[in-house]
Design a protein around this ligand. Structure first.
Ligand code: SF4
Length: 152
């Protein structure tokens, strides 16, 4: 099994704020169930050309299914998010990934829940731009919160 994993969950300081979000449970699972060469690190926001750090972005969920992403300063970041999703998906597919563990709630990587675009910490149903691309491509996606159920 080859698994694409959000790089920030593996300790890479690639988040918008220049920090990582290392997850011990994800790391332990991968170390015991997946060969190191079968773990594919992806960070769609970096792959889309966003610098670290950068202002946080959210998907304007009131406009879905049209995908529009803005950062907190009002800049339209949609193109970077779409490019990053495509580059990350290409990397996962070229490596033969069938599964992914992605960072929950991120506008790129979130699965099932994302912030609503108002920058008020309001969660709504939805997927990040890259997560949606992975789902559309048939990759089984999960987050650090539910990967154990998805992989069982
Ligand atoms: Fe982590 Fe995904 Fe954000 Fe990159 S785009 S920092 S992998 S949540």
């Amino acid at each position: 099994m080859k698994v694409a994993v959000s790089a920030c969950l593996l300790g890479v300081p690639c988040r918008y704020d220049g920090k990582a979000k290392p997850c011990a449970a994800v790391r332990e699972f991968l170390e015991t169930h997946v060969s190191p060469e079968d773990v594919v690190r992806v960070c769609p926001e970096v792959m889309g050309g966003l610098k670290i750090p950068h202002p946080p972005s959210e998907i304007q969920t009131d406009l879905l299914p049209e995908v529009v992403v803005h950062d907190v300063e009002g800049t339209d970041t949609t193109k970077a998010f779409e490019l990053g999703a495509q580059v990350a998906l290409n990397a996962a597919q070229q490596a033969g990934c069938t599964h992914a563990i992605l960072k929950a709630k991120s506008p790129s990587c979130g699965v099932g829940k994302i912030y609503d675009g108002t920058f008020t910490d309001t969660l709504v149903e939805g997927n990040g731009v890259a997560a949606q691309a992975f789902i559309d491509a048939g990759i089984i996606v999960s987050t650090e919160d539910d990967f154990q159920e998805v992989f069982s």
